[in-house]
Design a protein around this ligand. Sequence first.
Ligand SMILES: Nc1ncnc2c1ncn2[C@@H]1O[C@H](COP(=O)(O)OP(=O)(O)O)[C@@H](O)[C@H]1O
Ligand SMILES: [Mg+2]
Length: 278
Amino acid sequence: MKEVNEPVTALLAVNTIEVVYDSVILAVKGVSLTVPERGIVALLGANGAGKSTTLKAISRIVAAERGEITKGRITFQGQDITEASPYDVVRNGLIQVLEGRFVFPNLTVEENLLVPAYVRKVSRFQVKQELERIYAYFPRLKERRTSQAGYTSGGEQQMVAIGRALMLRPSLILLDEPSMGLAPQVVEEIFEIVRDLNRKEAVSFLVAEQNTAVALRYADFGSILERGRVVMTGNAQELSANQEVKEAYLGMSGKGPMSFRDTKRYHLRKRQFMYRLA
Ligand SMILES: Nc1ncnc2c1ncn2[C@@H]1O[C@H](COP(=O)(O)OP(=O)(O)O)[C@@H](O)[C@H]1O
Ligand SMILES: [Mg+2]
């Protein structure tokens, strides 16, 4: 039995991390965020804000790009993974689906899904079961199972990339810009599957997105990054109702994506502040 006052445990806790590339480029400057058990969290921000770097720092693959966590700590399921190897992180159930929906173009859809099974050494029967489990979420992939992945649509390739991650039975998936380059209807389809996986398979998600509106509709919580820093964090409903978020990220100013600095409220507040100082 759970105690009433038992604290809610974070599945993932990122605590004021700094990430530096090539020993000089400071890409992430003190980012903190939490993914609760069974949560969907959106990491929002414009191009270059540091979303991918944050995800790669968590999955530890940042090291492969000569990136280094120079400050802060990351814990996953209560274990410190700040200096873990990408391999250990994956084995513990934390998988990143890379930006640009990477698939092996010359393999079929099914062969792509089977790649992790080759590593995991499971029986044929188990593999078949796993495939059916995944096809239940992605019926489109079942139809396309024998097609060469390189010739499938962008949406199908994104599904292959997520499906392949599921073969590793993750408890947390870091999903980098799933909506990129996809038609709105396909984006919606992908996010519906994310929600379904979250509810039925208890997979948590940290989703990096530039598509703020869609991400906040499916996420429980969100954090907004600007130039490597978290500038706002909160539950998804609060964020989508926030005037500055609306102006800067939800295209309600009519000027397209901006930063908080460009919004009217920012300047108004700044003026009021200067006025108070005067
Ligand atoms: N491998 C790399 N080496 C050097 N700098 C990088 C590398 N990857 C990203 N950066 C820099 O880090 C910053 C954040 O990039 P990134 O994390 O890709 O942002 P986002 O995913 O939000 O678009 C950018 O200024 C980018 O140029
Ligand atoms: Mg990115």
